[in-house]
Write a new protein. Structure first.
Lengths: 1033, 517
C-alpha cells in the first residue's frame, strides 16, 4: 500500500508539471525582419483518405508559429510570410512541407506512413511507437508466423522470441504447445494471458496461424501490470488480420505435406529376442525358454503395425478490400493432419470475418467474428494413450503374432500389462470436437481531438463434444471388457468481457508528449460439462452407438463453475523532449474467487526510459555508427489468478458419496465435507524488476536488445500438509515463493547487396530459477504423470521431482549411480568407513549406488538431487534471404544445459524377459567383467524381478544431457510476379521442411520433452516435408 | 462507468458444491451426511490395512499370497514389512487407516455438531449415527495405534496441532460416544434403511469396548443387556452367516454394507474390494496348458482375484476334527466348489478363504473391485463369546460354559448328517482352562474375519504367538515357502503400529510417537 501511495503522489506531481510546463515554454516573438516581407493568414483543411483529420500539427517551418486542426480538419494560421514552408505532421503519417506563395487556402491530403505504422507496438490497452517502449516487449510478425507447418500459433513462434520457451508437447496431431515466459514463476502453471484484438482469454487454440498478423509478447512487469491479476506469467497480445481500403485483394494458400518420424528405434528381431531371453533365463538360473532361437514362428514388426506415413494439409482463402468508409476481410481455411500413429488425426475448419466501418469522422466501429471447428481422433479419452501406443509398439515382444487365429484373441503380450498396440488402435473410436465462436465489437469515439472513448465487448463460446465407443474385447484377464460402452461428453463455456476506456493523447510541440488512459473491465466466465455412458449394445455396428440402442447401466455426471472479475485501471505515458520516457500504471482487480474481505488486489508499475541517442551531447557521435541507444528500467507488481480451485476459501460438501442401505441394498446418496476451505486465500503476487538496453548501429543494419530481470513470486498457493485431525491431510495456503533471474539478448543484422537482401536474427536467454519459500513443507515432491497402462512405472519411480528452498524448482531426485559391479571382490570391497559392506546382496553385473548418507547401507535416505531440468540457456536463430525471385528462410532453435530424466530407458534398455528392448542392449549389456559399466546384467523377471528393479532404480543412470540444436524449419520459395499485371498479383511456390535435423547427445527419441523434463517415451515430433503455393491477385 | 455500481457482480455462489456453513439444515441433508460418513467405511484404504493386513495377515491365521499374484508386485513389499513388524512408520498399509479414520471422525463430528445446533425434526437418530461412527473409528484407532487426540468438536486451524490424550481418555471418549448413541439410535430401522447402526449395535460395541479394556463387570452387565433385549439370534446354520442370501440376518449386529455399484474401479465405490483381494488369483495360460490342473478353463476377468488373504496351516490345524466351520472357512486345494475345481497356486499352501467368497454368477462382471458382500463387524456369536469370557473372568464358570456351548452347539448342528463326535461340549471348571477354550473357540468361530491380531493383542499374547509362529514356519513349508512373519516382533512395542511418520511430521512435534518407534 505504501508503494501505491507513492505512485499516486508521483502521478499527481506529473500532472502538475504537465499543466505548468507550457507557461514556461511560451512562444518566442516573431522576428521583426519577417515583417518586411508580405505576411498573411493561411487556412485550409487537412484530410487523409478517410476524410478530414483533427489534431494535425501545422507549423511554419523554423518558427514556433503553429496550430492544430480542429474537428473538421480545418486550420487557420496567421502571419505566414510568403516563401515560408508550412509543415503538416501527424503521428503515423508522412510529414508534408508546402511552400507558401500568395495563396490563402492550402488543403492538404496526408498519406499514411506505412513504415511508421510498422513501428507501432501494441501494448495492453494501447499502442506506442517502438522507439518509445519503456517495457520489455517482443514482436513476431506475420511473415514469421506462417513459416512453420503447424495448426498451433504458439508452435509458430517457437525460437523467435527471447525469454519465451515454447515446447512442442508431443507429435500427436492435436497437440498444442507449452509456453513459459521468463521461466516457471509458480508451480500453479506457466500459461500466460492471451489478448486477441483486445479481448483477454485463456487460450488461443482456436486461432489459425494464417489469420494472425502479429504477436506481441509482454514480458516484464511494467508491460504486464496493466493486466493486473492475470499478467504474472506474461501476456501474449495477438492481432488478427484486418481488411484495408482499396481494390479487392485475394490470397490463396495451399499446402500439402507428408510426415514421418526422423529416426526409427531399432528393436530386437524375433531371433535376437529369443537369444537374449535365453541369456536372461540362463543368468537367472533357469532353463532357456526358446529351444530354437533361429527358427522362431513369428517375427512381428509391431512398430510397422502401428506407425504410418503422416499427412499434412492446409488450405486458406482470404478476400479483403473495401471503401474508405467500410472495409472487410473474409478468410476461410481448412487444416488437417493425419498423425504418424495409425488412427490419430486432427482437422480444423476456420472462418474469420473482420469489418471496420468509419461511421463518421469521429466514430469508428470494428466487428469481428471467428468460428473454429476442430475434430480430432486420439487414442484414449485424454489423448495421453498416444504415448503408450508408441512405447508399446516398440517393446511388445516380437515372438507373438498380432492376431491369434485360433482364439480370435489378441495374443497375450499383457504380461507387462500393456495392451496389444494393434488392438488398441482397432478398438479406438474416440472422437472429440472443439468448436469455438468468438465475436467482438468495438467502437472508437473521438470526443475532442486527442480524446478517444473506446468501448468493446467480446464473447467467446466454446463447445467440446466427445464421442466414444468401447467394444467388447478380450486380450488377457486384465485387458478385456465383457460389455461395450457408448459415451458422450459435452462441455460448454462462455466467457465475455466488457471494457470501456478513455484515451487522451496530447503533444506539446514535441517537448511534452502525454498519453493518459483510464479504463474499466468486467469479465464473466461460466463453464458446464456433462458426460453420459450407457452399456450393452445389440452389436458393435456404428449405427448402434447411441444411447437409445444401449440397454444397461445408464450413468451421467455433470459439473459447472463460474467466475467474475471487475477491474479499474489507468496508465500515464509521458515523454519529455523525445528523450525521457515515463510510464506509470495501476490496476485494481476484484475477483469472485475470494472472500469479500480479500477480494481486491492492487497492481502498480512504473518504468522509465532514456533515449541517449537523442541527447544533444550525443550529436557528436556519428549516426552512421550508432543510430539508436536507449536504456530502460521498470518495476511492477502483478498477480497470478490461475489457481486451481474456483472457490478455495470455501469448505464445500461433496455429494454422491453413496452408501448401500435397505433390504434391496439400494445405492443411496450421501454427502461429506470435501476439504477445508481457507478463508484467507489470496492471489499469488509477482514482483518484477527489469533493466534493458536497445541499440542499433550502422544505419539500423545491426540492432541489439538486452534485458536483465528479477522476477519474484510470493504468496504462491501450495497445498500444505496439515494433521489429519482436521479430517484432511492438506490445506491450500498462500505460502510459497519462487524467483527467476535472467538475461535476454536479441541481435539482428540486415543488409542488401544488389539484388540480394538478407537478415539474421538471433536470440538467447539465460534463466536461473530458485525456490525461495515452501511454507511449512521441507520439500515439495511429485511423481510424473504416466499413462495408467504403464503400471510398471508405479512403484519404480517415486517422487522423481523434488523442490527445496534455495534450489531450482522440480529437480530430479534419486540415487547416484556409480556404475556396475564387475566382480565379487568389488562388491566385497564396497564398504562404508566403518567397514560395513554396503550392498552385500549384490551380484556381479548389478548397479552400484552411492551410500550418500554414509550409513553403510543403501536406502531411500540415500536419494539426492541428480539433475536440473531447467535449461541454462534457450536460443533461436533465424536467417532469411532473398535474391531476385528466390527466397530462403531457416529457423534454428535449441536449449542448452538442461538434464532429462530418460524414464523410457526403463522400457527401452531394461530387459527382463517379458518385453522387447533396443537392439543395442543385445550387444552392450553387462556380460562379464569389463563389458559394461552402464547397462546391468540381463535377467529374467520370473525369478529376479526385485534384482532387476533394483538395478533400474531411479538414479543418475537415467539422467542425460538434454541440450539440442535443431533446424526447426527450412523454407525455400520462388515467386513469379507478372510484370504486365497490377502490382499485387503474384504467385509463390515453396518447399518447407520441419525438423530436418537435430544435433544432440541425448539417446532418447526426441530431447524436446514437455512437462517436467521426464521422457516417458512420448509420441515424437515428425519430420514434415511440405509443398505450398501462395497466389495473390 | 458502466457496471461500477454493480457491487454484487463479484458475489458468485459456488455451483454444484454445497457450502458446509449452510448444509445440515434439514432432515434430508442430515440423512445424506450420515450416509456419507458410512460410505467412508466402504473405502479400500479404510479396510485394507486395518482389517485384512493388520487384523489377519499379520496374525497366525492368515497370510499373503505369493508373487504369482499380480497384486504382489506393488502390495507385497509393504505387506511383508507389516508381517515382519519392521520398517512400519512409513508403510502405507500400516498407516492406511490414519487418513480414513480421521476422515470418518470429521464427517461424524460435523454431523453431530451441526445437527445438534439446528432445529430439525427427527434429528436424533442421525446424531446417534454420528456418535456411533465416531466411536467406531476411535475404537479402530485405539486398537491399532493406541492413545489418540480426543476430537469432540469441529477444530480450528490451531487445534489441528493438539497432542495425544491418554489411552484411558481415548477409551472414555469411545464409551461416552457409545452411551450417547445408545440414547439416540432407534432399536430398528424400517426395511429401506436396513444396515444402519442401531441401539443394539451401539450396546454391543460398548460391551466390546469394555472387553478390550478388561472391564469385565461392565462388559458383562452391558452384554447381558444385549442378550436381554433379544434383538439378535444365532443363524441356525453356521455358513449362512456369510451367505449372500442371509446378509443383515438375525445374527448380524453391524456390518459394512457393500453392493455392486457398477461405477468401475474406485476407492469409494460401493462394492467390496477386500473380496477381490481374497479371491483366487487364478491360473496362467501356461498352467492350464501344462495339464496339471484339469477342469480349469481360462478365467474370465471377473473370475480372478488377488489371493492376498489366505488361511494358514496353523489356523487349519486349530479346528477340531469334523468341525463344519473349517469347510465354511477355507477352500481346500482341489476342492470342487462353485462349479470349479480350485487350486489357488498364488497361495503359499494352496488354500483359499471362503467366508468372503462371492460365487461367479453373483460377481460384478465389469469390475473385480466391486463385489456385493458385506464386511461383518459384529455378530451375535461375538456377544455370546464375549459374555462367556467376561463371565469366566468374573468366576461365573457355569454361565460361561453355557454361552460357549451356545456357539458350539450351533456349529455342531451345522454339520452334515452322519458325522460322529462333532464338537463335544466343553466340560472344564478351571478358569484358565476355560479361558483357553474360549480363546480357541473365538479363533475357529471367527477365523478369516479380520479380527485375530486384535484378539491376540487384547489377550496379551500377540508377541509370543507371533514369535513362535516365526520359529515354526521360518523354514520351508511343503510348497517351498519360508515365512519371515513375526521375525522382528518386539514385545512391548509392536502390539501397536507406529503413528505414521507423515503424521508426526505434519504435527510439527506436537504428536508423540509410540514407545520404541
Amino acid at each position: 500500500m505504501k508503494k501505491l501511495v507513492s505512485m499516486l503522489q508521483l502521478s499527481a506531481l506529473l500532472m502538475f508539471a504537465l499543466v505548468s510546463f507550457p507557461v514556461f515554454a511560451a512562444p518566442k516573438p516573431v522576428q521583426m525582419e519577417n515583417l518586411q516581407q508580405q505576411a498573411h493568414a493561411v487556412r485550409g483543411v487537412v484530410s487523409d483518405a478517410m476524410g478530414p483529420m483533427a489534431g494535425v500539427d501545422v507549423i511554419v517551418n523554423g518558427t514556433t508559429n503553429g496550430v492544430a486542426t480542429d474537428l473538421n480538419g480545418t486550420y487557420i494560421l496567421h502571419n505566414v510570410p510568403v516563401g515560408a514552408t508550412l509543415k503538416f505532421s501527424f503521428i503515423g503519417y508522412k510529414t508534408q512541407e508546402i511552400l507558401v506563395t500568395s495563396q490563402e487556402v492550402i488543403n492538404v491530403l496526408l498519406e499514411e506512413e506505412v513504415k511508421y505504422l510498422e513501428e507501432l507496438v501494441l501494448i495492453g490497452y494501447g499502442t506506442v511507437r517502438k522507439s518509445d517502449l519503456t517495457g520489455s516487449v517482443t514482436s513476431v510478425g506475420e511473415e514469421q508466423m506462417t513459416k512453420s507447418a503447424t495448426s498451433d500459433a504458439l508452435q509458430a513462434i517457437q525460437g523467435r522470441a527471447a525469454g519465451v520457451q515454447i515446447i512442442t508437447a508431443t507429435g500427436s496431431p492435436s497437440a498444442t504447445a507449452e509456453i513459459k515466459i521468463r521461466g516457471t514463476g509458480s508451480p500453479n502453471g506457466t500459461t500466460p494471458l492471451y489478448v486477441v484484438d483486445g479481448f483477454p482469454m485463456n487460450d488461443i487454440d482456436y486461432l489459425s496461424p494464417g489469420d494472425i498478423s502479429s504477436i506481441e509478447i509482454l514480458k516484464d512487469a511494467s508491460a504486464c501490470a496493466i493486466y493486473g491479476s492475470r499478467g504474472a506469467n506474461g501476456v501474449v497480445l495477438v492481432t488478427t488480420k484486418k481488411g484495408s481500403a482499396g481494390a479487392l485483394k485475394s490470397k490463396v494458400t495451399a499446402e500439402y505435406g507428408i510426415e514421418a518420424l526422423p529416426t526409427r528405434p531399432q528393436m530386437l528381431n524375433s531371433s535376437e529376442y529369443a537369444l537374449l531371453t535365453n541369456k536372461a533365463y540362463t543368468n537367472s538360473g533357469l532353463t532357456p525358454r526358446y529351444s530354437n532361437p533361429n527358427a522362431m514362428p513369428y517375427d512381428t514388426d509391431w512398430y510397422g503395425e502401428v506407425m504410418r506415413m503422416g499427412r499434412y494439409q492446409n488450405y486458406n482463402v482470404s478476400v479483403s478490400g473495401g471503401t474508405e468508409k467500410i472495409n472487410t476481410l473474409l478468410s476461410v481455411g481448412y487444416f488437417r493432419r493425419d498423425g504418424t500413429v495409425d488412427g490419430t488425426n486432427f482437422g480444423r475448419f476456420n472462418i474469420t470475418e473482420n469489418t471496420t466501418v468509419k461511421m463518421t469522422s469521429f466514430l469508428t466501429i470494428n466487428t469481428s467474428l471467428q468460428g473454429s471447428f476442430a475434430k480430432s481422433n486420439s487414442l484414449g479419452a485424454n489423448g495421453t494413450n498416444n504415448n503408450t501406443i508408441f512405447l508399446s509398439s516398440l517393446i511388445a515382444p516380437p515372438d507373438v503374432p498380432v492376431w491369434d487365429e485360433s482364439t480370435n484373441y489378441y495374443s497375450g503380450i499383457g504380461v507387462i500389462r500393456l495392451a496389444n498396440p494393434a488392438g488398441v488402435i482397432s478398438r479406438n473410436n474416440n472422437v472429440s470436437n472443439r468448436n469455438f465462436l468468438v465475436g467482438n465489437i468495438s467502437a472508437d469515439l473521438t470526443i475532442i481531438p486527442g480524446l478517444v472513448f473506446t468501448s468493446r465487448f467480446g464473447y467467446k463460446y466454446t463447445m467440446g463434444f466427445g464421442n466414444d465407443y468401447s467394444p467388447v474385447y478380450y486380450e488377457t484377464a486384465n485387458i478385456s471388457d465383457a460389455i461395450d460402452t457408448v459415451t458422450r461428453s459435452t462441455s460448454i463455456s462462455t466467457d465475455w468481457s466488457l471494457e470501456n476506456m478513455l484515451n487522451y493523447t496530447k503533444n506539446w510541440k514535441d517537448i511534452h508528449r502525454l498519453n493518459v488512459m483510464i479504463a474499466m473491465s468486467a469479465r464473466e466466465f461460466y463453464t458446464e460439462s456433462y458426460t453420459g455412458t450407457k452399456q450393452d449394445l445389440p452389436n458393435s455396428g456404428a449405427f448402434y452407438r447411441f444411447f437409445d440402442a444401449a440397454s444397461k447401466n445408464p450413468q451421467v455426471r455433470g459439473n459447472a463453475s463460474e467466475l467474475s472479475m471487475l477491474s479499474y485501471l489507468g496508465r500515464i505515458n509521458y515523454t519529455l523532449l523525445n528523450r525521457y520516457l515515463l510510464t506509470v500504471s495501476f490496476r485494481a482487480d476484484g475477483s469472485s474467487r475470494f472472500m469479500p474481505s480479500n477480494r481486491w488486489g492492487y497492481f502498480p508499475s512504473g518504468a522509465f526510459a532514456w533515449k541517449v541517442s537523442e541527447e544533444p551531447f550525443f550529436k557528436s557521435v556519428n549516426k552512421d555508427v550508432v543510430s539508436n541507444l536507449k536504456f530502460r528500467i521498470g518495476w511492477g507488481q502483478i498477480g497470478n489468478e490461475r489457481i486451481n480451485s474456483y472457490y478455495p476459501y470455501m469448505t464445500s460438501i461433496r455429494q454422491q458419496q453413496y452408501y448401500t442401505i435397505g433390504t434391496g441394498k439400494i445405492r443411496t446418496n450421501g454427502s461429506t465435507p470435501a476439504g477445508i476451505g481457507n478463508p484467507a486465500v489470496q492471489w499469488e503476487t509477482s514482483e518484477q524488476f527489469n533493466v534493458g538496453l536497445d541499440m542499433s548501429f550502422l544505419r539500423d543494419r545491426l540492432s541489439l536488445t538486452a534485458d536483465y530481470y528479477i522476477r519474484k513470486t510470493d504468496n504462491i498457493l501450495l497445498s500444505q500438509t496439515i494433521p489429519n485431525l482436521s479430517g484432511f491431510s492438506s490445506m491450500t495456503r498462500n505460502v510459497g515463493g519462487m524467483e527467476n533471474r535472467g538475461v535476454e539478448l536479441t541481435i539482428g543484422w540486415k543488409d542488401d547487396v544488389g539484388d540480394f537482401s538478407y537478415n539474421i536474427d538471433g536470440n538467447v536467454s539465460f534463466i536461473k530459477n530458485t525456490v525461495t519459500n515452501l511454507g511449512t513443507a521441507a520439500y515439495l515432491s511429485s511423481s510424473f504423470a504416466y499413462d495408467y497402462a504403464l503400471t510398471d512405472f508405479q512403484g519404480q519411480f517415486n517422487s522423481v521431482l523434488r523442490s527445496e528452498v534455495g534450489l531450482p524448482y522440480n529437480q530430479f531426485y534419486g540415487y547416484n549411480f556409480l556404475g556396475i559391479f564387475q566382480n565379487q571382490s568389488e562388491i566385497d570391497n564396497y564398504k562404508s568407513a566403518e567397514g560395513a559392506v554396503i550392498m552385500p546382496k549384490a551380484k556381479p553385473g548389478d548397479s552400484i549406488y552411492e551410500d550418500y548418507n554414509k550409513d553403510g547401507k543403501i536406502s531411500s535416505a540415500d536419494m539426492q538431487f541428480i539433475g536440473n531440468p531447467h535449461p541454462k540457456a534457450i536460443y533461436g536463430l533465424s536467417f532469411n534471404a532473398a535474391w531476385k525471385n528466390f527466397d530462403l528462410s531457416l529457423l534454428f532453435q535449441g536449449v542448452f544445459g538442461n538434464k532429462i530424466f530418460n524414464a523410457s530407458k526403463f522400457y527401452f534398455n531394461k530387459f527382463d524377459g517379458r518385453q522387447n528392448v533396443l537392439e543395442d542392449v543385445y550387444m552392450k549389456a553387462w556380460d562379464g567383467e569389463g563389458t559394461s559399466n552402464t547397462l546391468p546384467i540381463i535377467l529374467s523377471a520370473t525369478t529376479d524381478k526385485s534384482r532387476i528393479d533394483q538395478n533400474w532404480w531411479q538414479s543418475s543412470n537415467y539422467i542425460e544431457d538434454g541440450s539440442y540444436f535443431r533446424l526447426k524449419n527450412l523454407q525455400f520459395g520462388y515467386t513469379i510476379k507478372p510484370q504486365s499485371s497490377k502490382a499485387n498479383n503474384s504467385f509463390r511456390l515453396y518447399l518447407s521442411i520441419q525438423n530436418l535435423f537435430i544435433i544432440t547427445k541425448y539417446s532418447g527419441i526426441d530431447p524436446e520433452i514437455p512437462g517436467n523434463g521426464i521422457d516417458c517415451g512420448q509420441y515424437p515430433q515428425p519430420r514434415t516435408f511440405m509443398l505450398g503455393a501462395n497466389i495473390n491477385f | 462507468m458502466l457496471l461500477a455500481s454493480c457491487s454484487d457482480f463479484l458475489d458468485k455462489t459456488p455451483l454444484v458444491n454445497l457450502a458446509a456453513e449452510t448444509y445440515y439444515s434439514n432432515e434430508e441433508e442430515l440423512n445424506a451426511a450420515a450416509l456419507g460418513a458410512y460410505s467412508v467405511m466402504q473405502n479400500e484404504t479404510f479396510q485394507l490395512g486395518h482389517f485384512m493386513v493388520w487384523g489377519d495377515d499379520c496374525s497366525d491365521d492368515a497370510d499373503l499370497g505369493n508373487s504369482r499374484s499380480e497384486a504382489y508386485s506393488w502390495f507385497g513389499a509393504a505387506a511383508i514389512a507389516c508381517q515382519n513388524f519392521s520398517l512400519l512408520d512409513n508403510n502405507w498399509l500400516a498407516g492406511g487407516y490414519w487418513n480414513q479414520g480421521w476422515s470418518l471422525v470429521n464427517d461424524a463430528t460435523q454431523l453431530i455438531v451441526n445437527a445438534t445446533n439446528n432445529d430439525i425434526p427427527n434429528k436424533d437418530k442421525y446424531i446417534g449415527e454420528g456418535y456411533f461412527l465416531r466411536a467406531y473409528s476411535y475404537f479402530n484407532f485405539v486398537t491399532q495405534y493406541g492413545a489418540m487426540p480426543v476430537v469432540d468438536h469441529v477444530l480450528s486451524y490451531d487445534e489441528y496441532y493438539m497432542p495425544r490424550n491418554t489411552e484411558e481418555q481415548t477409551w472414555a471418549h469411545i464409551e461416552n460416544d457409545l452411551k450417547n448413541a445408545i440414547e439416540l439410535l432407534p432399536e430398528e430401522w424400517d426395511p429401506t434403511n436396513l444396515g444402519r447402526a442401531t441401539k443394539g449395535a451401539a450396546m454391543s460395541m460398548l460391551g466390546k469396548a469394555y472387553i478390550y479394556q478388561k472391564k469385565w463387570q461392565e462388559a458383562y452387565d452391558q452384554l447381558k443387556k444385549v442378550e436381554a433385549a433379544d434383538y439378535y439370534r444365532l443363524e441356525p446354520v453356521y455358513e449362512h452367516v456369510f451367505d449372500l442370501d442371509h446378509q443383515n440376518g438375525q445374527e448380524c449386529i453391524f456390518a459394512i454394507q457393500h453392493s455392486i455399484s457398477g461405477t468401475g474401479w474406485a476407492d469409494s465405490n460401493e462394492g467390496s474390494i477386500l473380496v477381490f483381494y481374497e479371491h483366487d488369483a487364478g491360473l496362467a495360460k501356461s498352467d492350464i496348458d501344462s495339464g496339471q490342473y484339469p477342469g480349469e478353463e481360462v478365467y474370465e476377468k471377473y473370475m480372478t482375484g488377488w489371493s492376498m488373504h489366505c488361511p494358514t496351516d496353523d489356523l487349519i490345524a486349530e479346528f477340531e476334527d469334523n468341525d463344519p466351520r473349517l469347510k465354511a472357512t477355507v477352500i481346500a486345494p482341489g476342492e470342487f466348489y462353485d462349479g470349479h475345481i480350485h487350486y489357488n497356486l498364488s497361495s503359499n499352501n494352496r488354500y483359499q478363504s471362503k467366508k468372503y467368497y462371492v460365487p461367479f454368477e453373483k460377481r460384478s462382471k465389469d469390475d473385480q473391485s466391486d463385489q456385493p458382500k458385506n464386511i461383518i463387524i459384529l455378530r451375535y456369536a461375538d456377544v455370546l463369546l464375549f459374555l462367556a469370557e467376561a463371565a469366566n473372568e468374573l468366576g461365573k464358570t457355569g454361565e460361561a460354559l453355557q454361552y460357549l456351548e451356545m456357539v458350539r452347539a450351533r456349529a455342531r448342528n451345522s454339520a452334515s448328517a452322519g458325522a460322529d463326535n462333532v464338537l463335544p461340549p466343553v466340560i472344564t471348571s478351571g478358569k484358565d482352562e476355560l479361558r483357553t477354550a474360549i480363546w480357541h473357540e473365538r479363533r475357529v468361530e471367527f477365523g478369516m474375519e479380520y479380527n485375530r491380531f486384535y484378539d491376540l493383542k487384547r489377550q496379551g499374547r500377540v508377541g509370543e504367538v507371533m514369535q513362535a509362529y516365526y520359529q515354526k514356519y521360518k523354514d520351508a513349508n511343503p510348497y517351498g515357502y519360508k515365512t519371515t512373519k513375526g521375525r522382528d516382533f518386539v514385545i512391548g512395542k509392536n502390539e501397536v503400529c507406529p503413528i505414521p511418520r507423515r503424521a508426526i511430521d505434519a504435527s510439527r512435534g506436537t504428536m508423540e510417537q509410540n514407545p520404541g518407534y
